[in-house]
Structures are given as structure tokens and as C-alpha cells.
Design a protein around this ligand. Structure first.
Ligand code: NAD
Ligand code: UDX
Length: 460
């Protein structure tokens, strides 16, 4: 393996592989990067004008490097053979079967890639865990390499990704830190420095944290658990605010001004979604149980229970407001993605809320600026034949004869809607349930809406 990295292969062209490699390609024009995947459709989209994922700034980044030093293909074996360093960025979903079902991470894709590396690498490589994995996964990858015929020693590093969707490009451009874990052997330390050299193209040395393998692997799960815990903490207090007349935004500001607590990640909501928090918390719970720590497992499980309760509480509140009957009522749904500025709906709280309303036989008119129509139908387990699910291409189409507007994603554009006109188009009394606390509740009340939000007293 060359001391300086000339060629990178990234296996997995998803929400992490695509943006991460696009940033490295942009910052390191001297390095050739092959992003490979088994999903031909996804690769074709990466090579087209319509990228498979929506992320502000991504399109410009891809266009700048694609065909120069950034290549998307399905040629997995070739890219592995040619690369000095291989990033594993495949999905690590929650296991749905067997031991650890519904808790442990399913490492079958990581293992499959490890086998392909073992079979195809014709010289020693650096293999990087970019996917989020349970602590000690490097041991499993190592075992695959050791069991193969090859006599090459591949170094395994952990380099978890901390980008958040919707802000991936700025997160990648100015990361809070880069975490690299590796074996504390001469070979391991050398590999850590080689990977650090790539990031040094744009990230200063003081932001690069170098640790042993297990600390790095575990830190990723713990970071997500702490973030999710903050959301559950503020959401638990939102329920108390609703009972007492306190205002959750005021409480969040008051506590967030304490520099020890800090202001970020204190936005009350219908609950967290996304592909990571639930999966990684479940994984942490499983690890605690596995290592004989049931109390620690229970502690982290409660973060998930609070999140489920918050989603249910919000949906219940809507049904209760209509005296338990929303049968045939038309409801406008604004937003379906799990947060703004992404087309990702994985574990979106909007799915739970919409399913609950459909169970109650409401008719939903749904608008999201970036989520594909078919994705919404798939997530709701239905199709365009269902008269109770209508996907609209304009938010104004959702208001006609509706009895309630429900905001489920905090898209900025929802603030600019003409709510006077919406009110005119709706049946009366007209309700707004702001699941993201992003609208001007005072103004909406003045228009005539009955406004309900998360953790706030009702406007008089
Ligand atoms: P994703 O599902 O969007 O992408 C994973 C890709 O891997 C898919 O396109 C899939 O086809 C491909 N793949 C699976 N097996 C393969 C194989 N054997 N060979 C080639 N390609 C294969 O997932 P993602 O959101 O990019 O997440 C990837 C990993 O990164 C996960 O472990 C996740 O927990 C972690 N992560 C995700 C985020 C995020 O914001 N999405 C952030 C940080 C870390
Ligand atoms: C998260 C982590 O932030 C990121 O570091 C990691 O790499 C991947 O997982 P992501 O899931 O993309 O990122 O988005 P994030 O901004 O963390 O939001 C997760 C969920 O929490 C969203 O549904 C969001 O709406 C919700 N959230 C977040 C709140 O409800 N309130 C907040 O204050 C913050």
C-alpha cells in the first residue's frame, strides 16, 4: 500500500457514502474516488441530473467533481482492487430476525463487503468502518480477513460519520471533529495518520481525534444516544408545559442559556425520526443487555419510550379535539420528511401520525416539497387507489374543505403560506396543530384558527 493515498473506494452510495465522498473529492482533487454500490438504480441516479438524495449544496458539489476524480459505478471488485483505502458505508439496519431481533444491528452487509474485500484485495489495504456499527465490530471484520486465503494484512480503522441530513454539506465542510480509531500498533498508527492526511486537506489537526478502535466505535453510538436523549428530555417537559401554562420555547431558552446545557437540540417536536436515532439507541440497549448491564439498558430504552409516547400524545390530541371522531374529516398534512431540507422519510414521525389518523378514517391531503409521491404511499402502506390519501403538489391544494392543518416537518416555506387564504378555503372551526412549533401562533389565532402546538399554552 502506498504511504500517500491516491485512490479511495467507498462501498455504499447512500446518504453517507454519496455526500462524504463528494466532499473528499472536492477537497482532494489529487485523489481518485470510486463510489460503488450494488443498487444499479441508485448509481444511475448519482450519474444523472437528478441525484438520489436531496441535500442542500450536494448537487453543485457532485457536478464539480463527477467524471474528474469522483466516479459512481457498480464495479465493486475493480474499485476494491485498485484502492489504497476502502470505506465501508453500507446500511446497518436493526435486525428483524433471530438473536437480537428488533434491537441488535444487522451486520450482514458489512460482513458481505468484508468478504468481497478479502477475496479481491491483491495487496494490503486500509479498511475504514464509516457505517455506524456496534462496538467491537472491527473484530468481526478482522476475523473475516483472517479466515480468508490471503496473506495480506489489512488495517481496520473506525471513522464514524457525524453529518446530519439537511445540513450534511456544511457539517462535512466544517466538522466539529473527525474521529479516527485504530489499533495501537505501528501499522495501526500509520494507517490512522494516512486517513488523517486526507482530512487534513481541509480540517485542522486539532479537530482530528485519534483513539483506540473500541472508543471510536462506541463514541458514535453514544453521540447519537445523547442527542436523542436531549430531544426526549425536552419533549417530556413539553407535556408538563401543556399542563401548567409554561411555554416550552421559553423554558428551552432559559435552560439553554446555561453554557453547561447549551441551546442546541432543545426544540420540542412530535418526536425524533430519521434512520439513525432509533436504530442506534436500540443497538446501545442491546449492547448494555449483552454485557450484563440491564439498568443501563433500561435507562437508554426510556429515551425511545418517551419518543413513542410523544408521537402518540400528539396524534391523540388531534383526535380528542374532534370529540374522538375524525371519520371522513379532511385534514391537510404539511410535511412528510423526518426533518426539513431532506427527502428522507426513514422513521419519520409523520408516518406514525398519518397512520393513526388513517386508522381513524380521516381523509389526508399531504404535501411535502421534496418527498416523492410513491415514497409517501409506500410508507403509509397504500397507493393512489386509496381515496383517503391524496398527495398534493402544492400546499394550497391541501386546504380545500379541510378541518385541520397539521405541520409534521419544519420546512421554512410553511411559514410563508397565506394562512388567511387557507382559512377561507377550510371548514369552520378551522384547526392548526403545529407539530414543529414553527408557525406564528398569535397571528393564526387572530385569523380565526384554533391553534394547538407542542408545549405551549393555547392563544386566548
Ligand atoms: P443508505 O441505506 O442510504 O445507503 C447504504 C447503501 O449501501 C445502499 O445504497 C445499499 O445498496 C448499499 N449496500 C448495501 N450492501 C452493499 C454491498 N454488499 N455492496 C455494495 N453496496 C451495498 O444508508 P446511509 O443512510 O448512507 O447509512 C449508511 C451507514 O452510515 C449506516 O450505518 C448509518 O447508520 C450510518 N450513518 C448514517 C447517517 C445518516 O444521516 N443517514 C449519518 C451518520 C452515519
Ligand atoms: C443524527 C445526528 O444528529 C448526526 O450527528 C448523525 O450522524 C446521524 O443522526 P439526523 O438524524 O440526520 O442526524 O438529523 P438530526 O438533526 O439529528 O435530527 C434527528 C431528529 O430529531 C429529527 O426528526 C429532528 O426533527 C429531531 N429533532 C432534532 C428534534 O425534534 N428537536 C431538536 O431539537 C433536534
Amino acid at each position: 500500500m502506498a504511504s500517500k493515498i491516491h485512490k479511495i473506494c467507498c462501498v455504499g452510495a447512500g446518504y453517507v457514502g454519496g455526500p462524504t465522498m463528494s466532499m473528499i473529492a472536492h477537497k482532494c482533487p489529487d485523489i481518485r474516488i470510486d463510489v460503488v454500490d450494488i443498487n444499479e438504480k441508485r448509481i444511475a441516479a448519482w450519474n444523472s441530473e437528478t441525484l438520489p438524495i436531496y441535500e442542500p449544496g450536494l448537487s453543485e458539489l457532485v457536478t464539480g467533481s463527477r467524471g474528474r476524480n469522483l466516479f459512481f459505478s457498480t464495479e465493486i471488485e475493480r474499485a476494491i482492487r485498485e484502492a489504497d483505502i476502502i470505506f465501508i458505508s453500507v446500511n446497518t439496519p436493526t435486525k428483524t430476525y433471530g438473536q437480537g431481533a428488533h434491537r441488535a444491528a444487522d451486520l450482514c452487509y458489512v460482513e458481505a463487503v468484508s468478504r468481497i474485500i478479502a477475496e479481491n484485495a491483491e495487496e494490503p489495504k486500509i479498511v475504514v468502518e464509516k457505517s455506524t456499527i456496534p462496538v467491537r465490530t472491527a473484530e468481526a471484520i478482522r476475523a473475516v480477513f483472517d479466515a480468508s486465503d490471503t496473506e495480506h494484512h489489512h488495517e481496520v480503522l473506525s471513522n464514524p460519520e457525524f453529518l446530519a441530513e439537511g445540513t450534511a454539506i456544511s457539517d462535512l465542510e466544517s466538522p466539529d471533529r473527525i474521529l479516527i480509531g485504530g489499533e495501537q500498533t505501528p501499522g495501526g498508527l500509520k494507517a490512522i495518520n494516512q486517513l488523517a492526511d486526507i482530512y487534513n486537506h481541509w480540517v485542522s489537526e486539532d479537530k482530528i481525534i485519534k483513539t483506540n478502535l473500541w472508543s471510536s466505535e462506541l463514541s458514535k453510538l453514544v453521540a447519537n444516544a445523547f442527542l436523542a436523549q436531549r430531544v426526549s428530555s425536552i419533549n417530556s417537559i413539553s407535556a408538563l408545559c401543556e399542563k401548567t401554562g409554561a411555554n416550552i420555547d421559553e423554558v428551552a431558552k432559559a435552560i439553554g442559556s446555561d453554557s453547561r446545557i447549551g441551546p442546541k437540540f432543545l426544540k420540542a417536536s412530535i418526536g425524533f425520526g430519521g434512520s439513525c436515532f432509533e436504530k442506534d439507541l436500540l443497538n446501545l440497549v442491546y449492547l448494555c443487555e449483552h454485557f450484563g448491564l440491564p439498568e443501563a439498558a433500561q435507562y437508554w430504552e426510556s429515551v425511545l419510550q418517551m419518543n413513542d409516547w410523544q408521537k402518540k400524545r400528539f396524534a391523540d390530541q388531534i383526535v380528542d379535539s374532534f370529540f374522538n371522531t375524525i371519520n371522513d374529516k379532511v385534514i391537510s398534512i404539511l410535511g412528510f420528511a423526518f426533518k426539513k431540507d431532506t427527502n428522507d422519510t426513514r422513521k419519520s414521525p409523520a408516518i406514525d401520525v398519518c397512520k393513526r389518523l388513517l386508522d381513524e378514517k380521516a381523509k389526508l391531503l399531504i404535501y411535502d416539497p421534496k418527498v416523492e409521491v410513491n415514497k409517501i404511499y409506500d410508507d403509509l402502506g397504500t397507493d393512489e387507489e386509496n381515496p383517503n390519501v391524496v398527495i398534493c403538489s402544492d400546499p394550497n391544494q391541501t386546504f380545500e374543505n379541510a378541518q385541520a392543518i397539521i405541520t409534521l416537518t419544519e420546512w421554512d416555506a410553511f411559514k410563508d403560506i397565506d394562512y388567511e387564504a387557507a382559512y377561507q378555503a377550510m371548514q369552520k372551526p378551522a384547526w392548526i396543530f403545529d407539530g414543529r412549533n414553527v408557525l406564528d401562533h398569535k397571528k393564526l389565532t387572530e385569523i380565526g384558527f384554533q391553534v394547538r402546538s407542542i408545549g405551549k399554552p393555547h392563544e386566548p
